[in-house]
Design a protein around this ligand. Structure first.
Ligand code: 5AD
Length: 344
């Protein structure tokens, strides 16, 4: 099948077909198709999700991540409940209807503290709450659903069990998949995804990452570029070219169709140019960072984040202006999953 036939194919793509899409050099055709599909399901609107990175303590040791436990160089911080709630208020006051609470794997925030945050934020502000706080117990997922959480984001990072175990020495892929399935089962809208361009990753692996997202029936996906983060074993590895990231995002849209796809990672922060590229390739979600000072400044010490803007509000305004400059509008709804309720 040539690319044109492949792009117009009805029904689900096979693994080999996804590999062909990923190997295609005709990026423009892929992007054109991805935009057509995105616009069909979501129109030209972009959804903003305000993110609060409330703790960078982490008990995991992911080989690529600056937060890894073994990294003794970075300064660590934890925000208080009041500080987190204030950040959520700022998000809501800026017309954003999703609050994403994100942290490293940090059990300092126990079941009750997270429940309190969710309950309080949902009661005070008309927002959806998304958790992105790593693997926790099944009882906790349940408690937080009852407290009012709407969504859970947990990237599977790599759908290849061998490399998964290399990247995350403490953990195994099947455990993560079980957690994601359970979250979906008890009614969360679920987000997963990979890191594009990790050392050892093949095109086949990326096809499997997309297929795993399809199998999990995710509502949201984040396929974001590998950044060789300082003070990690991968600090001297190769960066991934933007064009390749755009190609992967386009293929994710073409294969998975009616899901929210974000154009960001914590490491892009305010690197607005890459975020725009993601939107142009088929993504429809941006996560402006509302972590307040002084905590947001901690990133400066160890991430080469060109153009980090100090004030969350000015960076939010810039993101807004840039989205509008692309001829797109910002959605005013909470942006819940558009998959049918029975699929959730
Ligand atoms: N490059 C790209 N993404 C990274 N993450 C962690 N470290 C890196 C890195 N070096 C991503 C992981 C995690 C998310 C919060 O940040 O995918 O899920």
């Amino acid at each position: 099948m040539d690319l044109k036939e492949l792009l117009n194919k009805e029904g689900d793509y096979t693994r080999d077909e996804i590999i062909s899409l990923l190997n295609s050099e005709d990026i423009d055709s892929l992007i054109e198709k991805a935009n057509e599909i995105r616009d069909f399901y979501f129109g030209e609107t972009v959804h903003l999700r305000g993110i609060v990175e409330f703790s960078n303590y982490c008990s995991e040791n992911c080989i690529y991540c600056s937060y890894r436990e073994d990294n003794l160089i970075i300064p660590r911080y934890r925000m208080s409940a009041d500080e987190i709630i204030n950040a959520a208020k700022t998000i809501y006051d800026n017309g954003i209807h999703t609050v994403v609470l994100q942290s490293g794997s940090d059990n300092y925030y126990d079941t009750d503290l997270i429940s309190y945050l969710i309950y309080y934020i949902k009661r005070e502000f008309d927002v959806a709450v998304t958790l992105s706080i790593g693997e926790r117990s099944f009882e906790e997922y349940k408690a937080w659903k009852i407290a009012g959480a709407d969504r859970y984001i947990m990237k599977h990072e790599s759908a290849n069990p061998k490399t998964y175990s290399i990247y995350h020495r403490k953990n195994q892929l099947f455990e993560r998949i079980n957690h994601l399935k359970y979250l979906k089962h008890i009614g969360y809208q679920v987000g997963s995804g990979n890191i594009i361009g990790l050392p050892l990753q093949t095109i086949e692996d990326i096809a499997d990452d997309i297929l795993l997202c399809r199998e999990l029936d995710v509502d949201m996906a984040a396929f974001t570029p590998f950044i060789p983060a300082p003070n990690t074993p991968y600090q001297n590895m190769q960066k991934v070219p933007d064009e390749f990231v755009m190609k992967v995002i386009a293929v994710v849209r073409i294969v998975l169709k009616n899901i929210y796809i974000s154009s960001s990672s914590i490491f892009e922060r305010n690197n607005i140019k890459s975020r725009e590229k993601g939107l142009l390739a088929g993504a429809n979600v941006i996560l402006p960072d509302f972590t307040p000072s002084p905590y947001r400044d901690y990133f400066k010490h160890y991430i080469n984040s060109g153009g980090l803007i100090e004030d969350p509000l000015s960076s939010h305004k810039i993101i807004k202006d840039r989205i509008e400059a692309l001829g797109k509008t910002i959605a005013s709804t909470k942006g819940h999953s558009i998959k049918t309720q029975s699929n959730r």
